[in-house]
Write a protein of this length. Structure first.
Length: 194
């Protein structure tokens, strides 16, 4: 089982409903168990030319999951979820109904034609860091450091959306589940980093 972080974003259509449906679809992928999710944040659209206030604003969120899928299998499954929600890929960093990115896959470093993790720009994107920190206060971006420190250094230019978390998950991603704590006395009361 590997801990992975998936970022969700949308700036077209009913963004909130799309993110909620996509989060539920991600959680339902065979071989995936969602262990945490964030509230939504909103931010100015980021394009290849920089921030663009003339574009529809983005809604972003994060789902933290455990998976038995290999990295490329996870990415392929996420692409199916995107396609189901009308995602097209004509313009790089263009407007979209849904964008799903693998931010981390355990502590692995992967660089293929289709997947780079940790995500190479995650450390410079408050719209990834803020919801990730919300989903997992103890999150660490491999090779870069604690997400809380990265967000503090960058500055949070996102606006929190007053809606419940994407998924019903009363526990946070870094906390052990009750079963583990009850069956293994060495883990009771301890926190686990992703």
């Amino acid at each position: 089982m590997t801990r992975a972080v998936v970022a969700l974003g949308a700036n077209l259509g009913d963004r909130g409903s799309t993110l909620r449906a996509a989060a539920a679809a991600v959680a339902a992928i065979p071989g995936v168990t969602a262990v945490g999710s964030s509230h939504e944040v909103e931010s100015v659209a980021l394009t290849l030319d920089g921030l663009d206030t003339s574009k529809p604003r983005y809604r972003n969120a994060v789902v933290v999951l455990d998976t038995v899928l290999a990295p490329q299998e996870l990415l392929d499954a996420l692409h199916v979820v995107e396609d189901t929600h009308g995602r097209t890929r004509e313009v790089r960093w263009g407007d979209r109904t849904l964008d799903l990115d693998v931010i981390t896959y355990g502590d692995e470093r992967i660089d293929t034609e289709t997947l780079t993790v940790p995500h190479p720009r995650a450390h410079e994107r408050a719209f990834v860091l803020a919801p990730w920190l919300d989903a997992d206060p103890d999150a660490v971006l491999p090779g870069a450091g604690p997400v809380a420190d990265l967000l503090a250094a960058l500055g949070d230019d996102t606006d929190r959306v007053d809606e419940p978390r994407l998924l019903d998950d009363p526990t946070r991603a870094s906390r052990p589940d009750v079963t583990e704590a009850e069956t293994d006395p060495t883990t009771a009361g301890t926190e686990h980093a992703p």
